[in-house]
Ligand binder design. Structure first.
Ligand code: CU
Length: 264
């Protein structure tokens, strides 16, 4: 083979690998609006290694709130009364008689291998019902489609507020049964409706399964954690976050009491 033919072959091979890399590089799940098109998530995409967990331990506990609990806010409604009612009562901090804080997110923030993300119990459906987002806070595995539904006979508007993910802002009339959205980067994304100012919720985008949302008593459980020492974060939208070190022993349950203090 002469020199000229070798050069041509080298150029052809370079073009082939360039085109192949471009095709692979366009395999994204979001369009420019952050609204989902296609895509399948694997743990390999996440920078998190899914491995079998043998003799894992658990973390259980309670998140409590310390401080003055704000009184419920009553918002008088003037538009869309037929769907929303004449007023809505907003309780920003829900605490039970024992101080247990509902809707706090408890997470291991520095774990890089463990059970597959698929083991996280999540139902990524966000519904707009009676002019409220339901649920108020939810998990969405990274790149997984979130179905956004409108069961009200009026239009709502889904406006996301994010730091790392692309935001989107779309009106959803009653005729549009479902909007599909997905998020590429793990972070807490706020969702609001610009039409009805009291409507807001949170989508917690996660890239591993070691998270929990506290129940009405402030309780949480995180299971099947590989033994080791991790940083655990508890977060709520009003008081904010606190972190601590936690050590997980094989086959054992680590009990925690976590206090979130009112921001002064
Ligand atoms: Cu709305």
């Amino acid at each position: 083979m002469d020199t000229q033919r070798i050069k041509c072959l080298a150029i052809c091979l370079s073009c082939f690998f360039f085109v192949a890399s471009c095709v692979q590089g366009t395999d994204k799940t979001n369009d420019s609006a952050g609204v989902a098109t296609t895509g399948t998530v694997t743990d390999d995409d996440l920078g998190y290694n899914a491995v079998p967990v043998e003799n894992g331990g658990s973390i259980s506990g309670t998140v409590t709130f310390s401080g003055t609990i704000p009184a419920p806010r009553t918002v008088v409604i003037t538009d869309d009364v037929e769907a929303c009612g004449e007023s809505v009562k907003i309780q920003d901090i829900e605490v039970n008689v024992g101080g247990g804080l509902r809707n706090a997110v408890v997470s291991l923030v520095d774990i890089n291998s463990g059970a597959s993300l698929e083991t996280l119990a999540s139902s990524p459906v966000l519904e707009q019902h009676l002019c409220r987002f339901v649920p108020h806070i939810m998990f969405a595995p990274i790149n997984q489609v979130v179905d956004i539904l409108n069961s009200d006979p009026i239009s709502h508007n889904i406006h996301t507020v994010a730091f790392d993910n692309r935001t989107f802002n779309r009106t959803q009339p009653p005729s549009l049964d479902k909007i599909e959205a997905s998020f590429e980067i793990a972070e807490k994304v706020k969702v609001k409706c610009d039409i009805h100012g009291w409507m807001n919720s949170w989508i917690v985008v996660v890239d591993h399964p070691y998270h929990a949302i506290t129940d009405a008593e402030g309780n949480f459980v995180i299971e099947n954690v590989p033994p080791g020492t991790y940083t655990l974060e508890a977060w709520h939208e009003i008081p904010g976050a606190t972190k601590r070190q936690v050590t997980i022993d094989s086959g054992q349950t680590t009990d925690l009491s976590i206090e979130l203090k009112q921001i002064s």
